[in-house]
Ligand binder design. Structure first.
Ligand SMILES: NC(=O)c1ccc[n+]([C@@H]2O[C@H](COP(=O)([O-])OP(=O)(O)OC[C@H]3O[C@@H](n4cnc5c(N)ncnc54)[C@H](O)[C@@H]3O)[C@@H](O)[C@H]2O)c1
Ligand SMILES: Nc1ncnc2c1ncn2[C@@H]1O[C@H](COP(=O)(O)O)[C@@H](O)[C@H]1O
Ligand SMILES: O=P(O)(O)OP(=O)(O)O
Length: 277
């Protein structure tokens, strides 16, 4: 998935805007969910990786509403490809927006130690990018074990449906509180709960390599992706009717369907053969 493609944009994307009442219902539903998840695990606290992006900003904000600021701990984990502005936004979220405890851990020396052990992968942009993401997952669980906490994931509905996450990397968490929200709705709920506009509107990036953006890598912009997911992948509207409805080439609809089908393995527990006896 690593190659940049031309970004497809629908002329008239589906309006997935939530009403104020629906946003408030989601806020309650998600904060209840986070509290229930901690309760079920028998803990009072949660850990979250803070990247300065909107998914982790919204999730941590809702975690503070659910558990209290004293019970949410952030990890900011810069690598050599993270932009300084994003890492300082991550620290701003922890210290100014939420007033939670956090630590900064450099990921590069840890990733380098893995590459010393397996130098064949050096220079492989995707493999090394995924390595950095998985190093963060290991650190999250090191801290969670030590602090009796659960690890909060930040996966949203759009990312999950196209498999836009690293298997056992940012996908290795205890729960995904914002999993029901398409990307556009994540931004909307963030604004609703009071996240500043510069964070709510920030360009989405996994920051696994320099200048990576979700939309360039996926080859489609989020309003178009969300529309195709809602209409075609989840809504059962045919590819041709979806394309006509939102004003996009049928190829774009097929592209999203291919991403959805090809990422099934990321949404399922690792399978074993059927029982023989
Ligand atoms: N949310 C974000 O913004 C975010 C965060 C991290 C990664 N990403 C993106 O996610 C992608 C991660 O890369 P990836 O998906 O190539 O790596 P991955 O490691 O997540 O998944 C590929 C691995 O899955 C396994 N696999 C592949 N097909 C399979 C199948 N049919 N059945 C069972 N197992 C299978 C193989 O082990 C393969 O190496 C990149 O595009 C990256 O940019 C996005
Ligand atoms: N640099 C980072 N520090 C801490 N946590 C991070 C960092 N980069 C990513 N994360 C976490 O992983 C998810 C998914 O990341 P994407 O930026 O969407 O790839 C993010 O929400 C953080 O929780
Ligand atoms: O997951 P985040 O917080 O890094 O958000 P985004 O994917 O929008 O960069």
């Amino acid at each position: 998935m690593a190659e940049a493609k031309p970004v497809q944009r629908a002329d008239d994307p589906l309006d997935l805007t939530l009403s104020e009442a629906e946003l408030e219902a989601y806020r309650d539903h998600i904060t209840d969910f986070i509290a229930e998840q901690a309760d079920a695990a028998g803990v009072e606290t949660a850990i979250i990786g803070l990247s300065g992006g909107i998914d982790s900003t919204l999730t941590s904000h809702l975690a503070v509403e659910a558990l209290g600021a004293a019970n949410v701990y952030g990890l900011v984990m810069p690598s050599e490809v993270n932009r300084e502005a994003n890492m300082s936004d991550a620290e701003r979220v922890a210290s100014e927006l939420l007033d939670i405890e956090y630590d900064v851990i450099e990921v590069e020396p840890i990733a380098d130690a893995f590459l010393d052990g397996y130098p064949d992968a050096e220079g492989d942009q995707l493999a090394v990018g995924n390595l950095r993401v998985r190093c963060r997952a290991v650190l999250n669980y090191l801290a969670a074990n030590h602090r009796d906490s659960i690890v909060l994931g930040t996966g949203n509905r759009s990312e999950a449906l196209v498999g836009y996450f690293t298997k056992y990397g940012d996908g290795a968490v205890d729960c995904h509180p914002i999993a029901n929200l398409y990307k556009g709705q994540v931004r909307q709920l963030a604004t609703h709960v009071g996240v500043p506009d510069d964070l709510a509107e920030k360009t989405a990036s996994a920051e696994m390599w320099l200048d990576q953006t979700d939309e360039a890598e996926l080859g489609i912009d989020y309003p178009t992706l969300d529309s195709i997911l809602a209409l075609h992948v989840e809504g059962g509207v045919s590819a041709s009717a979806t394309a006509a409805e939102i004003g996009v080439d049928e190829d774009a609809v097929e592209h999203v369907r291919t991403l959805y089908e090809g990422s099934e393995h990321k949404r399922a527990a690792p399978p074993g053969p059927d029982p023989l006896f």
